[in-house]
Design a protein around this ligand. Structure first.
Ligand SMILES: Cc1cc2nc3c(=O)[nH]c(=O)nc-3n(C[C@H](O)[C@H](O)[C@H](O)COP(=O)(O)O)c2cc1C
Length: 266
């Protein structure tokens, strides 16, 4: 298992309170992560599950009822129906349920942002993962869902099989694995030479997961302030945007004011 650096005083100023890893470890995980859909039967190690549960508890507390994550282990039903999963997944027995207030745009962004923190934390601990909005059965994950709540995604977790399964090969063939060019992610209204830190952020965004691999997000720099927005993507655009904002923050060492109510702006 990859060793996990502990949180340090120096990174707490710029890293979200919910993260249990250093910014450097999460940044490294961006490079290592890729969606995995085929898993071994090995249960998630207790230390890894504990760490994820600690992160989840902190996220749930800090987002005060707007979003809620829950780690479920040893539950194969959500991914066992061929009809619902199209046979894309195999061996899934553990996942995170990502729920939040119904039809709430900020809840969706927060789910993307904090869910991706959990994904990168899991990656750093040697776990495979995949965000899943559509190709699963969410009913076994309903649990004690709040009446105003909605399950937006499940995030599969587990030890990925070394070799890609047929399902994974099919997904790779069906979804273009070509990452969007940097230019499509940048809006540069001032036509200025963009600083190195901004481009580092864009490079990290380029590696972000997104629904149908569309990465519908755009980032601009105006008078030193970064703005980000997303085009429609089948209802997943705000989750995609939250994920992309986290990647940007980690890549550029920049903090988004709207997500964090922090005035740290580069
Ligand atoms: C919000 C969201 C929803 C997704 N839903 C699904 C899904 O229903 N089924 C699936 O197989 N993959 C799903 N994915 C995974 C994407 O297909 C994957 O992230 C994308 O193809 C990029 O590949 P990568 O994650 O390996 O970089 C989803 C990703 C996101 C961010």
């Amino acid at each position: 298992m990859t060793s996990i650096p502990n949180e340090t005083a120096s990174n707490t100023a710029t890293m979200p309170a919910a993260s249990a890893l250093t910014a450097a470890a999460l940044k490294e995980a961006i490079r290592l992560r890729t969606s995995r859909r085929s898993y071994t039967s090995k249960p998630i190690e207790a230390a890894a599950a504990d760490r994820l549960n600690q992160c989840i508890a902190r996220i749930n507390e800090s987002t005060v009822g707007r979003i809620r994550f829950r780690l479920i282990t040893g539950e194969p039903k959500a991914f066992s129906s061929i009809l619902k999963t199209y046979g894309l997944f195999s061996g899934v027995h553990s996942y995170i349920v990502a729920s939040g207030l119904k039809d709430d745009v900020m809840a969706q962004q927060l789910i993307g942002y904090y869910g991706e923190q959990l994904v990168l934390t899991a990656t750093a601990m040697g776990l495979g993962s995949c965000w899943v909005g559509a190709t699963c059965d969410k009913s076994p994950a309903m649990g004690e869902l709040d009446p105003n709540g909605q399950i937006y995604c499940l995030i599969t977790l587990g030890y990925a099989r070394e070799k890609a399964s047929l399902g994974e090969k099919l997904v790779h063939a069906a979804i273009s694995q070509k990452r969007p060019e940097k230019e499509s992610l940048i809006d540069n209204p001032e036509q200025t030479r963009l600083p190195r830190w901004f481009m580092d952020g864009i490079n990290a965004v380029r590696l972000a997961p997104s629904a149908r691999n569309r990465l519908p997000v755009h980032f601009s720099l105006k008078r030193g302030i970064v703005s980000a927005w997303a085009d429609k993507n089948g209802g997943y655009e705000n989750i995609d945007l939250g994920i992309a904002k986290l990647h940007f923050e980690l890549g550029a060492d920049y903090i988004f004011y709207d997500l964090r109510k922090s005035l740290y702006i580069k």
